[in-house]
Design a protein around this ligand. Structure first.
Ligand code: G6P
Length: 616
């Protein structure tokens, strides 16, 4: 979490940094700051609040500079206030730093620095790091790059940093361990851009270097970038990659919020996920990451899926699919729990890590642990070139395009699509699926994007339902089978963006607790599609009805039974039960979105959350 931007070159740095921070606000937005260097003058402005608050504080006449760094924060050490905001300066005021991550041994380092006469203005671990760098630089009479390298060798934790030294105003030193950092390279090295991801500089250059874990670089004007290993200070080759991202993809395109845009992008995103991989009329699924490792999948004792948040919910849907289509046992684990247990994992297991950002710290750590124990690790990520994509043995990208709204929408449905392809491919390969079942499934899946279009056409009706329940203090979501994870996801969506307390439950479990909460004030969203244990769910609806709960039911088009019982119904087209989550999830996203907007919440940047959780 936290977003970093920086610029050094011939253009005005301020607009690049401030616009870049706005693009990175998905990474954290509780405080922001910018530092500009101009003619020996350090201008530092920082504030609690969003990048827009920061912008309002800086008079345009104070923005002239060709070098600077900026930061948007998601607090870890120290509450979000002006003082704890980044950038931080060293005791002498000569060094400036922005940092994304956590320095775990900051307390010990801080005590040592206090003994050596350092005082601290903030409560942050970052101020400790910049003073450690300064202490090494002064006591050993070293240049900035070397001092940074030695300091980082004393540090435990995770970081992406950018450091500036007033006495070397033509360079910025960057380093990473655990948190991402990218460098945009301008023509003939005449300018460089630094950022947590490439979005802040896509209109200026397509040439990018993604630092790997344990690497640092001295970014120096008019010089080639030299990447070095932090542990040994030895040079490693710098791999300049071409970016395939454009400005349009990260703008709102006429929608009021990114979340709404991303909900409506789902039909296209799903086509982008299966395009080139699924050829229904030929009865083919080809995915190189799977095909090249087919034996590993087919001989696996089990598949373990690790993920966090919404990605974990996609994993739960996949569990039903892998077991049904391919008859391979599956366990789905929260990455954070998996990594701190002593899981029984060996070369007999296949681990699938699911992550939109590809940067989630717990998922990344789980991947590393599974690899160490000999498992074959397959990554499902959206962000190309992300840490998890690189760390896994192989994998597939979802190709959903940038997801900027903090609440995940199209990432979820594209993850499910990709996992469906894998499950179908394995079921075909090991004979669990007949030729006909396989073929029919491909045709059903191909129709899903058009069916989503028809669900999206219910938006006005869903908005009306939202207007009735926008003030509810609690909400329950129920589903069974494939739609149990959708109930969890629906509840998560509502609580994360509208701050209404919501819980998802397997419908039958309602009797073991949640039923006690039901009264005439309680809205209950029930997924009651025709093919998913329909009769059982209808019984559950009766039980709610007799306790006067308000029922919002997601039903299959043409349903009459549930229509007669529910207070509201939202119809979705019929499809195979296994593919229904791709449809049932859409109205739940829209319901949460409209409720949150009506409650005046910031749907794209909900309080306390961040999109990319690069701390444990
Ligand atoms: C955060 C985001 C969620 C996301 C989760 C996992 O909590 O707010 O939307 O599902 O992280 O992120 P990942 O990038 O690993 O899918």
């Amino acid at each position: 979490m936290c977003g970093i931007t920086g610029y050094i070159g011939y253009r005005q740095a301020y607009p690049i940094i401030i616009n870049g921070l706005q693009r990175l606000e998905y990474r954290g937005y509780d405080s922001a700051g910018v530092f500009l260097y101009h003619e020996n003058d350090i201008r530092l402005t920082k504030t609690k609040g969003k990048v827009a608050d920061l912008k309002a504080l800086i008079p345009p006449e104070n923005t002239t500079a060709n070098i600077g760094i900026g930061h948007t924060r998601w607090a870890t050490h120290g509450i979000p206030n002006d003082v704890n905001s980044h950038p931080h300066t060293s005791q002498s005021g000569n060094l400036v730093i922005v940092h994304n991550g956590i320095i775990e041994n900051y307390d010990t380092l801080k005590k040592e620095l206090i003994n050596r006469g350092y005082t601290f203005k903030s409560d942050t671990d970052t101020e400790v790091l910049i003073n450690l760098i300064e202490e090494i630089q002064i006591s050993k009479k070293l240049k900035l790059g070397k001092a940074v390298q030695l300091a980082l060798n004393q540090v435990f934790g995770a970081y992406a940093i950018a450091v500036f030294d007033k006495s070397k105003p033509n360079e910025i030193v960057v380093a990473r361990l655990g948190s991402p950092i990218a460098i945009g390279v301008g023509k003939n090295n005449s300018e460089f851009f630094i950022a947590s991801d490439a979005s802040p500089y896509i209109e200026y250059t397509k040439k990018t270097i993604y630092l790997e874990d344990g690497e640092m670089a001295i970014v120096r004007l008019n010089r080639d970038i030299v990447v070095r290993k932090i542990s040994t200070d030895s040079p490693v080759g710098s791999n300049i990659q071409e970016l395939h991202l454009n400005l349009e993809q990260i703008e709102k395109g006429g929608y009021e919020h990114f979340m709404l845009k991303e909900i409506f992008e789902q039909p296209k995103a799903i086509v982008d996920t299966y395009r080139g991989r699924m050829i229904p009329h030929e009865g083919i699924i080809k995915m190189s990451g799977v095909d090249d490792n087919l034996e590993k999948f087919l001989n696996a004792r089990r598949i373990v899926i690790v993920a966090c948040g919404t990605s974990w919910h996609a994993g739960l849907v996949a569990e039903y699919m892998f077991e049904n289509f391919a008859r391979i046992p599956v366990e789905v684990e929260y990455a954070s729990e998996f990594r701190y247990r002593n899981p029984i994992i060996s070369e007999k297991d296949v681990v699938i890590a699911i992550s939109q950002s590809g940067e989630t710290a717990d998922t990344l750590a789980a991947v590393k642990m599974a690899k160490e124990r000999g498992a074959f690790v397959f990554g499902i990520c959206n962000v190309v070139g992300s840490s998890i994509a690189r760390e896994t043995h192989t994998g597939s990208y979802t190709h959903a395009g940038p997801e900027i709204g903090v609440a995940s929408t199209k990432a979820f449905t594209t993850q499910i699509t990709l996992l469906t392809l894998i499950a179908l491919r394995l079921g075909q390969a090991n004979g669990s699926l007949s030729k006909q079942e396989f073929y029919n499934s491909l045709h059903s899946l191909e129709l899903i994007p058009d069916k989503i279009v028809s669900v999206l056409a219910n938006d006005a009706h869903i908005k009306y339902i939202a207007s009735i329940y926008k003030d509810a203090p609690n909400c329950l979501y129920l589903g069974r089978g494939y739609n149990f994870p959708v109930a969890l996801e629906g509840a998560l969506k509502l609580k994360e963006i509208s701050y209404i307390h919501a819980e998802g439950y397997p419908a039958a479990e309602m009797k073991h607790g949640p039923i006690a909460l039901i009264d005439e004030n309680m809205p209950i969203v029930v997924i009651a599609t025709k093919k998913g244990h329909y009769d059982k769910v209808v019984s559950n609806i009766q039980e709610i009805k007799s306790r006067n709960g308000k029922i919002i039911a997601i039903v299959t088009q043409g349903d009459t039974v549930v229509k007669g019982l529910a207070d509201h119904v939202i119809e979705i087209p019929d499809t195979k039960e296994a593919f229904s989550p791709l449809l049932t999830t859409i109205p739940l996203q829209l319901l949460s979105y409209h409720i949150a907007v009506m409650r005046g919440c910031n749907v794209d940047q909900p309080r306390n959350l961040a999109k990319s959780v690069t701390v444990e």
